[in-house]
Design a protein around this ligand. Structure first.
Ligand code: BV8
Length: 246
């Protein structure tokens, strides 16, 4: 039995189920994680890419990096882990419960898998906007970026940036507020595929536990918070999550 009877029983009657996901749930789709041995931060230093200063210092490098990641994401598909969480949402909602999936991922794969109650804590790779006037980027700008050229805003000439949250930037207000409320309300909280080292997202499972939720983690390796949770299931999301909804 992958998951404990305690978790399965609580899931069957939970009024609210909350989930936090990280890059690990997209790994089986072929999207590199950040901190695994073959992860993105092994090839690039986050300080050089995932912050405003790095972007302003070298917009072509950073825009090209995101254009590359966008291309990877457009070529992959959701995996059974994403699909299992979409099915879990349907099962919980169908029996009158509520459900919220808070993802740190910027790849849009949960929505493509059919999840509806999703908040993107770190934004989306698939959207861009002007860093000056904040108009959404469209048309040849994204074409220019895909070619690794500096995308500039046709309205004001400002630089185009991806709609992701960089280090040192505040998370979008509504997503993090909804995610924190979900953690406070949860009877069961699942933390899936995250190393749990980036805050405030990594604090959500602990908030849920402190508020009385039964908290389980799914990860082949114990995360930084595994020792503080009720249950850790050592496995890949795509392998183990379908057992929750079969
Ligand atoms: C904030 C960009 C308020 C988007 C990312 C000093 C100054 C400023 C802030 C800080 C500071 N010191 C600390 C902070 C806070 C900082 C932070 O937490 N830093 C950490 C590193 C110490 N946080 C922030 O800056 C946040 N904003 O706090 O604002 C503020 C403002 C000003 C001043 C103070 C505070 C912003 C956080 C967002 C940063 N953006 N990336 C992008 O390019 O994608 S971070 C990056 O890490 C990604 O966004 C990612 O979502 C996030 C978390 O990583 P994971 O998803 O967990 O991925 P990881 O590779 O780490 O782990 C994968 C896991 O999956 C592993 O455990 C692996 O075992 C597992 N796995 C692998 N395969 C599978 C699997 N699991 C299941 N199945 C599998 N098959």
């Amino acid at each position: 039995m992958l998951f404990s009877t305690a978790l399965v029983q609580r899931l069957a009657t939970a009024r609210h189920v909350g989930v936090l996901t990280g890059a690990g749930i997209s790994a089986e789709s072929g999207v590199p994680t950040f901190r695994d041995p073959d992860g993105l931060w092994q090839q690039f230093r986050p300080e050089e890419l995932a912050n405003v200063e790095a972007f302003l210092a070298n917009p072509t490098l950073v825009q090209g990096w995101y254009a590359h990641r966008r291309q990877v994401v457009e070529e992959v598909a959701p995996n059974p882990g994403h699909e299992a969480l979409a099915e879990l949402e349907r099962l919980v909602v169908a029996r009158g419960g509520s459900f919220l999936l808070a993802t740190q991922n910027v790849d849009g794969l949960h929505v493509r898998a059919g999840s509806e109650h999703v908040v993107e804590l770190h934004g989306s790779l698939l959207r861009s906007h002007c860093i000056a006037c904040e108009r959404p980027a469209s048309g040849d700008n994204t074409g220019a970026i895909a070619r690794g050229e500096p995308g500039v805003c046709p309205a004001c000439g400002g630089l185009i940036r991806p709609d992701v949250v960089w280090f040192g930037e505040m998370l979008p207000e509504e997503p993090i507020h909804r995610a924190e409320q979900s953690a406070l309300d949860a009877d069961v909280y699942l933390s899936v595929g995250t190393s749990a080292v980036v805050f405030p997202a990594a604090g959500l499972p602990l908030t849920a536990r402190a508020a009385g939720a039964y908290v389980a983690e799914v990860n082949p390796e114990p995360s930084a918070i595994a020792h503080e949770l009720d249950e850790t299931v050592g496995g890949r999301a795509g392998d183990v999550l379908p057992a929750l909804v079969d």
